[in-house]
Design a protein around this ligand. Structure first.
Ligand code: MRU
Length: 346
């Protein structure tokens, strides 16, 4: 696993050699507790319950779930059943199916070998950190000195193998002295911005100011924001972006105010098999997650709730998509295909 440093202090996923240890993100920032998953069903449950979340982190976690499954299953059919269970844990982030497909390729046609699969899971984790470092450098080049940025949800070390996607760009731009201000949307209903992004940035000594999600357009109107920088859960073949609910609203407001929208996502998040955003399955979660906050009911009894946890931002609203294989401005089918075909080090 890639080492941490001053600008990347957290690891959400650790392999003990016997079991998978997940930092329980439901408890942050109040408590730092670890949930140990000793079998693949426990890993699938942890993904579904949001113990671990964020597209790349879900993929890495599922890869380790496939390792545990190989220890449990008596044959290839049994292993496939465990993989199907892992893949069903959350539908929107394509990194999950990307990771299990990669584990299938390594397993070949035979009974899967846990040692070989463990080496692959390790590689997936290390490659993700390296991709994030590269995206940080590429994305930070777009940010002029003295810029203000606004981010959404949590895209940092907690959401990835380490360092982060959008938050990796922000970390890099901050380290280069380019940022005047960093704002983060609180990200109702799970509060990934307030609970997780703020926790990560404070831990790294990077100043951050939270806003209510509804304050974003007004913040842009004040002139405080030059770039909205977000991650992605899936980028369709035409460049449409599925990301945390609220991203589409930010994209519309950004375009209205002449603010740039940067989407930062590794190639494991690009899905050539999904033609457009309309084909991306958007996860709807329990309405209770919206009707309550911090375990306390806040809505009037009897009220219902619509709770999609992702939305689709049309490619036409994206100014630049940053990947580890390069950036594509105004992404479209041609740009996505070019990025997917490019060597990783381009
Ligand atoms: O529901 P979550 O917390 O898993 O949603 C996470 C996001 O939407 C992130 O923006 C996305 O996964 C990119 S993380 C690098």
């Amino acid at each position: 696993m890639a080492a941490t440093d001053d600008h990347d202090t957290v690891r959400a996923i650790r392999w003990s050699g016997e079991a998978l240890e997940l930092l329980d993100q439901r408890e942050l920032p109040a408590r730092e507790t670890t949930l140990t998953c000793a079998d693949s069903a426990a890993v699938a449950d942890a993904i579904a319950a949001m113990v671990v979340r964020g597209a790349p982190a879900i993929g890495i976690t599922a890869a380790w779930g496939a390792v545990l499954a190989a220890r449990e299953a008596s044959d290839r059919t049994g292993w496939e059943a465990h993989l199907a269970h892992l893949e069903a844990a959350r539908p929107t982030a394509v990194n999950l199916a990307w990771a299990t497909a990669r584990m299938r390729r390594v397993a070949g046609e035979e009974q899967p070998d846990p040692e070989r699969l463990a080496a692959e899971a390790e590689a997936i984790h290390a490659e993700d950190v390296a991709a994030n470092r590269r995206m940080g450098a590429i994305g930070a080049e777009y940010i002029q000195p003295g810029s203000g940025v606004l981010t959404h949800c949590n895209t940092g070390s907690l959401a990835t193998g380490g360092f982060g996607t959008a938050l990796g760009v922000i970390r890099t731009a901050h380290a280069a002295g380019r940022l005047r201000s960093i704002h983060a949307g609180e990200t109702r209903p799970w509060l990934q911005g307030a609970r997780l992004t703020a926790w990560e940035l404070v831990a790294d000594g990077i100043p951050v100011e939270l806003i209510a999600d509804g304050a974003a357009a007004f913040l842009m109107a004040s002139g405080a924001v030059n770039w909205v920088i977000v991650g992605a859960d899936r980028v369709a073949a035409n460049g449409d972006v599925a990301n945390k609910i609220g991203t589409y609203s930010l994209a519309v407001a950004a375009r209205h105010h002449g603010v740039g929208l940067m989407v930062v996502a590794p190639r494991s998040t690009l899905d050539a098999a999904t033609p457009s955003g309309a084909d991306i399955p958007v996860e709807g979660r329990d309405p209770e997650e919206l009707l309550a906050c911090g375990g306390h009911r806040i809505a009037a009894e009897g009220a219902g709730a619509w709770n999609p946890v992702f939305d689709i931002t049309p490619a036409s609203l994206v100014d630049v998509l940053v990947t580890e294989a390069g950036a594509v401005e105004r992404p479209d089918n041609e740009g996505i295909a070019r990025i997917l075909a490019a060597p990783a080090s381009e």
